[in-house]
Design a binder for this molecule. Structure first.
Ligand code: HEM
Ligand code: HEM
Length: 195
């Protein structure tokens, strides 16, 4: 079998968790943005003859966003566990199959494999930096340092934003051209003889 059940479960749970994390970021920056919503709250309330300050409107908008953002943290813990799981998988055949015969691979395949390794480093960074920002006062680091780490967390997020669509388009194109069944292999495990 090409991919063990263990690796396939890891792949699909990881995909779900990463897409979920991206979903929470999307909501935070769009429909649940405190900037947009605090203005809306102020405007609507003033139509009812109630005037509140920008500070109060901001607090309300952030309170509306909070239960959604809790999911960023919940999925964040899941991501941290998934990284430990992936490290353990490196000690299995499926976990290392993409990396053992690196030198024999085509240039394109080499770039794909390097892309995966960079992704692993990036998600490890996201998990560590995310946990550090979340627990900054428990760990005893200053708010300023936490803020700098948050900026790095947000900058590195762009790599994931690039990887996910490239990866999905990449495997769909591969499946439709010279690597038939590459996607169903990640679902049913695949056949070792085929490649
Ligand atoms: C939802 C659509 C997705 C599909 C159809 C899909 C499909 C696949 C397939 C077919 C492979 C094997 C390709 C190969 O051997 O080069 C693969 C590998 C991989 N996928 Fe996805 N994937 C999806 C989403 C994701 C997401 C969201 C992530 C996380 C960011 C992800 C992370 C990975 C990683 C890291 C590998 C390499 C596994 C290894 O180390 O060997 N995938 N995916
Ligand atoms: C794929 C992984 C992740 C991605 C793509 C991601 C993305 C982001 C982005 C873009 C922001 C900035 C949001 C903004 O200010 O508009 C952010 C903030 C944050 N993330 Fe993540 N993140 C990931 C993983 C994690 C993990 C594992 C944790 C830890 C539990 C975490 C905790 C946080 C925290 C605490 C903030 C700061 C929120 C605030 O300032 O109130 N993230 N994340």
């Amino acid at each position: 079998m090409k991919w063990s059940l263990n690796l396939r479960l890891w792949h699909w749970i990881n995909a779900f968790v990463v897409l979920g994390l991206l979903g929470t970021v999307f909501l935070r920056k769009t429909f649940l943005s405190w900037r947009t919503n605090s203005e809306l709250i102020m405007q609507k309330l003033s139509e009812y003859g109630i005037d509140i300050t920008a500070e109060q409107a901001k607090a309300i908008a952030k309170a509306i966003r909070a239960p959604m953002w809790d999911w960023h943290i919940i999925l964040g813990y899941a991501l941290a566990v998934l990284i430990i799981w992936r490290v353990a998988l490196f000690f299995t055949d499926s976990g290392k199959r993409n990396y053992v015969s690196f030198s024999k691979a085509s240039l394109h395949k080499k770039l794909v494999k390097i892309g995966y390794i960079v992704l692993y480093i990036v998600i490890a960074f996201m998990a560590i930096s995310g946990l550090v920002i979340h627990f900054y006062d428990v760990i005893g680091i200053s708010k300023d340092t936490a803020h700098d780490i948050k900026e790095a967390h947000e900058a590195v997020y762009n790599f994931i934003l690039l990887f996910v669509p490239l990866h999905i388009i990449g495997v769909v194109v591969a499946d439709a051209t010279d690597e038939r069944g590459i996607i169903s292999d990640m679902i049913n495990g695949g056949d070792n003889k085929k490649d």
